[in-house]
Design a protein around this ligand. Structure first.
Ligand SMILES: [Zn+2]
Length: 496
């Protein structure tokens, strides 16, 4: 009996069709995992392949036969609101079941930390998308939030942004005003604390009421520490409809002034008058990329989802209510149907329903496909995990891109689809050692059936596990297999 030597792998996944995340064509081969990292990648086209495979088989503690399946890097969800889910439901099934192994949380200006307010008269929207009760807003600084995540890890990795709207609610007396110098100073100190604790950037949601009064100058002054710590600036822009080009300019200006990369969240063009304008928006981004770093994510649906309000409802061709505090039984119903039931106008029905959330159909499918097809796009779900009847993007964004858009419509090859959800995202968010199948990289891996993989969530039945995901490994640990979480929680908090 010999003790396993240092070169012994814990697991060998063999007979896989490997899509490495870079966009390169797939190849047949095997991947060896030791501890939390990939220790070898074998390509069957290499001349010494049979010999190295035999050595790896002999030296591996266990062997997994992946015949007929694709092995890719685990998917990275570029845009989430999973801040609380990571703690309240650490198995993270909506994401794990799609093959996601890392999430970027704290988007759209709303992060769970830091917050100390008691919220005596209800949690201010849109912070209530994270937690309507207010109980989870319990971390006075970012350090204590990250400590809680490390003390009880989730099944997948997370990287965290600190939200400008959260900071405004925390630091400001009157949200209808621009921040005073003193308030800016206080918010900037919180940003520094968050970045020192491990946050990877700041997000804004200038579209939402509590941040509308903030000027570009306010945002720049608060975000100044980003460049020193290598952080990124992510933004849910002020206007995604008629004023989209001006909002892009505002975002670029903020990034240039403080010398940090700009990430445009869920790039879309809203409103029937703007249908078909995605080429202009994309050209505008491309025209500025020679001057500064700019990237963007997108979710693969022509409907958005956020809090319910009359202003938003009037811009949509159809509205589905996703949750309502006073009338929870209405979740999942169309607003037009609810209005009939209540015998009220839609506007008066909304008054009865709020606080509430909704899905809004107000984009053009052609624009969605055009943005998804762009070589630089990242896939982000923007899923809202605490909605009673969520937008189907929560459970289906990644597998819909693989199944419907890549295999079904043939919009782009599977290799490109995987790149949009792996290496592109890791590079843009500066997640080292993630997003590719490469020796020395972390063993975040997803195994799926390329002929079957697809989303099964829909507007009618949104909570549904994807089809064709056979296995998900996070930091070398099997987290999901054949439709079930294994219960293993090896997720890490990722920082620069
Ligand atoms: Zn958003």
């Amino acid at each position: 009996m010999t003790e396993p030597s240092d070169t012994t792998a814990d697991l060998l996944i063999m007979n896989a069709s490997i899509i490495d995340g870079t966009g390169s064509p797939r190849f047949d081969g095997a991947v060896a995992i030791k501890g939390e990292k990939i220790s070898a990648v074998l390509n069957s086209q290499q001349t010494d392949f049979p010999q190295s495979l035999n050595t790896q088989i002999a030296n591996s503690k266990s062997v997994f036969d992946a015949k007929g399946l694709v092995l890719s890097p685990g998917f990275i969800d570029a845009h989430t609101h999973d801040d609380r889910l990571l703690l309240s439901d650490p198995l993270m099934m909506p994401k794990l079941s799609q093959g996601v192994t890392s999430v970027i949380a704290g988007n759209c200006g709303i992060s769970l930390a830091p917050m100390t307010s008691a919220f005596t008269s209800g949690v201010i929207a849109p912070l209530n998308l994270l937690d309507e009760s207010g109980e989870w807003f319990q971390f006075k600084d970012f350090q204590s939030y990250i400590q809680a995540l490390r003390a009880r890890p989730a099944a997948l990795n997370c990287a965290l942004l600190v939200g400008h709207t959260t900071l405004r609610v925390l630091a400001m007396k009157d949200l209808n005003l621009e921040a005073s110098e003193l308030e800016i100073e206080l918010m900037r100190e919180h940003v520094t604390e968050a970045l020192q604790a491990g946050a990877i950037g700041v997000s804004t949601g200038l579209y939402y009421e509590p941040a509308v009064a903030a000027s570009a100058k306010e945002v720049m002054e608060i975000c100044r520490p980003l460049s020193h710590y290598g952080g990124v600036y992510c933004t849910h822009m002020r206007d995604e409809a008629d004023g989209i080009l001006q909002s892009l300019d505002e975002s670029f200006l903020i990034g240039r002034e403080i010398n940090v990369p700009v990430i445009i969240s869920h790039l879309k063009i809203v409103g029937v008058n703007n249908y078909g304008k995605s080429p202009q928006a994309l050209a505008h981004i491309e025209a500025h990329q020679s001057r500064q770093e700019i990237c963007f994510d997108c979710y693969p649906y022509p409907a958005s989802s956020t809090i319910l309000s009359h202003d938003r409802a009037v811009t949509a061709s159809r509205v589905i209510v996703t949750w309502s505090k006073p009338l929870p039984e209405m979740a999942g119903m169309d607003l037009s149907h609810i209005a009939q039931k209540l015998q009220l106008s839609e506007q008066d029905s909304i008054k009865r329903l709020v606080p509430a959330g909704a899905i809004y159909f107000r984009m053009d499918e052609g624009d969605v496909q055009n943005i998804l097809s762009h070589p630089q796009v990242m896939i982000g779900s923007d899923g809202l995990p605490h909605d009673q009847f969520p937008h189907p993007r929560l459970w289906g964004s990644f597998t819909k891109v693989l199944g419907h858009y890549s295999r079904g419509l043939g919009l782009f090859p599977l290799e490109s689809a995987v790149r949009k959800m792996t290496s592109t995202t890791a590079k843009n968010f500066r997640l080292k050692g993630r997003g590719e199948i490469r020796e020395g990289y972390y063993a975040d891996l997803t195994l799926f059936d390329p002929e079957k993989v697809d989303s099964s969530s829909s507007y009618e039945n949104p909570i549904s596990r994807s089809i064709g995901i056979h296995g998900v490994w996070v930091n070398g640990v099997l987290a999901y297999q054949d439709g079930q979480a294994t219960g293993q929680c090896a997720g890490q908090v990722l920082s620069h």
